[in-house]
Design a protein around this ligand. Sequence first.
Ligand code: GUN
Length: 286
Amino acid sequence: MPAQIIEGKVIAKTLRTKIKKRVDFFKAKGIVPGLAVVLVGEDPASQIYVKNKAQACQECGIKSEVIKLPSTIQEKVLLTLMEKLNKRRDIHGILVQLPLPQHLSAEVIIEAINPAKDVDGLHPVNMGKLLAGNPALIPCTPYGCLKLIQSTGCAVSGKKAVVIGRSNLVGKPMAVLLLRENATVTACHSYTQDLVEITRSADILVVAVGKPGLITGEMIKSGALVLDVGMNRLPTGKLTGDVDFSSAAEIAGWITPVPGGVGPLTITMLLENTLEAAYEQEDILH
Ligand code: GUN
């Protein structure tokens, strides 16, 4: 039987309606949750992502401020900007769009963000809290993946979960989140041997590598839940994931499409994190 499609777009819409209501609650108290998005350089994909983030903020009533900077900007200028944003009362969340130009260290810039405003969940303090199992701002894409898994009603506890890719942005926090949900987690990467054997054992398979068609139907366990985080632009201009959708959908129990799967959730969880940061900074109970 073909897989059930996990409709990220629909799930995101439902979540955003709830977020908007919570934003209205803030506004009734005279507070507008605010997000600063910093874009350095002209990367076309980043420009689209940032535009989409700003639009989603607007739709939910969150104030967004997009700060566009030239790719030649010096690190110390960016660090001064972070200091200013850290101090601003009207900005509850700060996101620096990645990747940064080569001469800038993402590590240094991210560490300059106040962890309470780090809505990307990439500051070592937030990463550490996540690893330790303490409340933290959680990186948006893995957080969204967890919401998608939960939307299926499938149990995670005791299941075999396999995460392919070990980036700080997705793979590593995803593995930790699944572990937190009591899955038995295997983290795979470019050095992993016998990948097929491992993927075939997965009840939950998360693929976040950036290689179109890496995972095909024959690499998937029958009935598995498959989350495709890949966003690859083909030479034809078509957007495609890391999973070969048509063969995988024949075998999987659940699967996310690309586009319209994980992507809409990433932005939704950014809104959620901005709101979460606002609750903390404004000392409002929820
Ligand atoms: N570039 C691609 N995805 C992301 C993301 O989730 N956050 C940031 N800051 N940059 C990205």
